[in-house]
Write a protein that binds this ligand. Structure first.
Ligand SMILES: [Cu+2]
Length: 155
């Protein structure tokens, strides 16, 4: 009898663990991630289209000179179809004129020193985004002016 009881307990523990696993699996499957590489001067690893949601971001800075950051800025209605040059002007307006008219919000994801990998989180809503690095080079030009600016559509 004692042995049967022990087996039943063992079985119920196994069932509980399995149920825990079944509950945990969809959560981890829903946890989305992005592996992003930053270089002088650009990004790789973020598709031009993504589904809305929260992404864990691994951000590798593959150069030995500059730190790079990842900022995501949601374009405001009326500014969603800006050209690349207009997008740079939009960011310049924020950085140099404190004018946020082009944007409906922004989030800092992470920053990585040279030759390091940093972790961050990015939450996206449906809409159009820019992502960029605002760190300046030695001549004072922000990296987004030099190529570290991309468009992203979220649906
Ligand atoms: Cu940079």
């Amino acid at each position: 009898m004692a042995k049967t009881k022990h087996v039943r307990l063992g079985l119920s523990v196994a069932v509980a663990l399995l149920m825990g696993l079944l509950v945990a699996l969809p959560v981890s499957a829903a946890g989305r991630s992005l592996e992003v590489q930053a270089f002088n001067f650009g990004f790789e690893g973020i598709p031009t289209r993504l589904a809305a949601g929260t992404y864990a971001v691994s951000f590798a800075n593959d150069n030995d000179i500059y730190s790079h950051e990842l900022l995501a800025a949601k374009l405001a209605p009326g500014h969603e179809n800006v050209t690349r040059d207009e997008a740079i002007t939009c960011v310049d307006n924020v950085v140099f004129k404190n004018n946020f008219d082009c944007f409906a919000g922004a989030q800092f994801v992470t920053i990585a020193s040279p030759d390091t990998v940093a972790q961050g989180s990015l939450t996206l809503e449906p809409g159009k985004y820019l992502y960029l690095c605002g760190i300046p080079d030695r001549n004072g030009h922000p990296h987004y002016q030099l190529g570290m600016l991309r468009f992203l559509s979220v649906s």
